[in-house]
Design a protein around this ligand. Sequence first.
Ligand code: UDP
Ligand code: MG
Length: 310
Amino acid sequence: MKLSLVVPCFNEEGNIQKMYDETVRVFDGKIDDYEFVFVDDGSTDGTYHILKRLYENQSKCDIQVLSLSRNFGKEAAIYAGISNATGDLICLIDADLQQRPEVVLQMLKVMESDEDTDCVTAYQKVRHESRLMCCMKSVFYKIINKASKADFKNGASDFRLMKRKVADAIIQMGEYHRFSKGIFGFVGFNTKYIPYTAEERHSGKTKWGARKLFSYAIDGIISFTTFPLRLATFLGLLSAFLSVIYIIAVIIEKLAFGIAVPGYATIIVLLLFLGGMQLFSLGILGEYMSKVYIQVKQRPIYILKEHLHK
Ligand code: UDP
Ligand code: MG
């Protein structure tokens, strides 16, 4: 069985050679038939040249290099890689050596031990993150698991090994806004989870700051659930209900005590509250509309500049 390692690379010049060497060393004698599918996601450093050199000097295994025309993001890079992988088994792995090739061997073992397993996913048991970040992540998983039919496991990474049929199902999901955690959950299949510890980045720094992660989380919720739309309806109903109660209270007050002193503060508060809620609901609608807008244009998920392959 042939294994394809899909490696998205964005400005990873300090990591690729080492990642390649380590993988070849670890796989030596254990896996005979494998290929690297490196996806250069519009890097602006020397990543492409290193990949090209690797391709030209390949001897130990097959190498494909897909060079995208600009930075399309990790999700698009993964899609490009999976779409061009030729293996019966496909493994997604980062270029920065945070995800060790030894874990790939473990995943293969798990896959081989039970032929019903279609996908093996590594999850981080311990995270080297602040309490606040962990807490926000767990809130995110609670929300998205409640609101969506797909299954999301907290801590499960993109680091996973899958059979061809799972990869084909993922390729079929041609949506433009790709939220891979959701896509993996949506396609289903028998998935096993194994723990792993993410190492320190070998070189360079992460492209995922807190702000990018937050917007990624919002994108995920919008892409895989419609509950925010319902939230808007619910808030509208709630405010309508409260206003009816308030009107009844005002009428009773008038009948019992005559004209009350005009409530300046009440008016301002209500005005701000309702205005805020209307804008909030419009914002939610806008979020969905923008996704629909981009999707109906049917833009390609990635554009290939060059494809080095045999
Ligand atoms: N990556 C990519 N395109 C991007 C951002 C990241 O292909 O726009 C790749 C990156 O080169 C790495 C992997 O995705 O191989 C994970 O990125 P990173 O290490 O920055 O994320 P983290 O490990 O911190 O979650
Ligand atoms: Mg990383």
